[in-house]
Write a protein that binds this ligand. Structure first.
Ligand code: ADP
Ligand code: MG
Length: 256
């Protein structure tokens, strides 16, 4: 894959949360999932969000992606403030400007790998950029299997299809919630490699939630959450460095 020219330094972050809070439930069942979180995600970078189970990682990601609404504070995608958008505007923003990868792949079982990749762009009425799509499909590394249905693919292959689907519309930002959570370490490494290549070679912006220090080490930067608060961050992380930070906050890796 040819390397694109370095992007001009952008003025605005790809996404930004400002004093973001989210409370679930009421009374006895009231849970503060996010407590005044402020964080920015640079364009063209791969950022990992880490923290123990229940620390608010998924809630943060869902609020950033417009899949959930915050109780207080604000979220911006580029220059667009999400608070105050109508459901219709939010749906359109998600479709046109955001990609999402879930832990459970969420592919349509009756469609081929290639159809799964191209369908959302087609539904959105957008005409997929043929050259971009070719690069994305090439990066997935599934040549010969693009006509297969999800059940005929391994977990790692299915998740790579899901990543390509998220990239197909060339979104401003891709959010991934524990994308390797259901994969063995080898398949997980392939998916992480694809996410990293999408940043390095295609210039994408990726924000990924994980509880795995090895997965986080693929990112350019790691931000740490604990009890709904941002506690720390690490640039150019190594798995050992991430583990050390987690120990400092007494937050051993746990599955979520
Ligand atoms: P993580 O992804 O880090 O495991 P979550 O963002 O899923 O954490 O959850 C943060 C906190 O909010 C947890 O205490 C969780 O139980 C609570 N929570 C998340 N979603 C809901 C919900 N829909 N209703 C009630 N509580 C929720
Ligand atoms: Mg979660």
């Amino acid at each position: 894959m040819p390397t694109p020219a370095a992007p001009a330094r952008p003025l605005t972050a790809a996404a930004r949360a400002t004093v973001l809070s989210k409370v679930h439930g009421e009374g006895d069942t009231r849970v503060t999932a996010l407590d005044a979180v402020s964080v920015e995600f640079d364009r063209g970078r791969f950022t990992a969000i880490m923290g123990p189970s229940g620390s608010g990682k998924s809630t943060l990601l869902h609020c950033l992606a417009g899949l959930d609404t915050a109780t207080a504070g604000s979220v911006r995608i580029g220059d667009t403030e999400l608070t105050g958008l109508t459901d219709r505007q939010l749906t359109r923003l998600r479709r046109e400007r955001i990609g999402f990868v879930f832990q459970a792949f969420n592919l349509l079982p009756t469609l081929t790998a290639l159809e799964n990749i191209t369908l959302p762009t087609a539904i959105g009425g957008g005409r997929p950029d043929a050259r971009w799509l070719e690069r994305v499909v090439g990066a997935v590394g599934l040549s010969g299997r693009l006509g297969h249905r999800p059940a005929q693919l391994s977990g790692g292959q299915q998740q790579r299809v899901a990543v390509a689907r998220a990239l197909a519309s060339r979104p401003e930002i891709v959010f991934a919630d524990e994308p390797t959570g259901n994969l063995d370490s080898r398949s997980g490494a392939e998916v992480l490699g694809l996410l990293r290549d999408s940043v390095r070679e295609l210039g994408q912006t990726v924000v990924m939630v994980t509880h795995d220090p090895v997965a986080a080490a693929h990112a350019d930067r790691v931000v740490f959450l604990a009890d709904g608060r941002l506690t720390d961050e690490l640039r150019a992380p190594t798995a050992e460095g991430v583990l050390e930070r987690m120990r400092r906050f007494d937050t051993e890796p746990r599955s979520s």
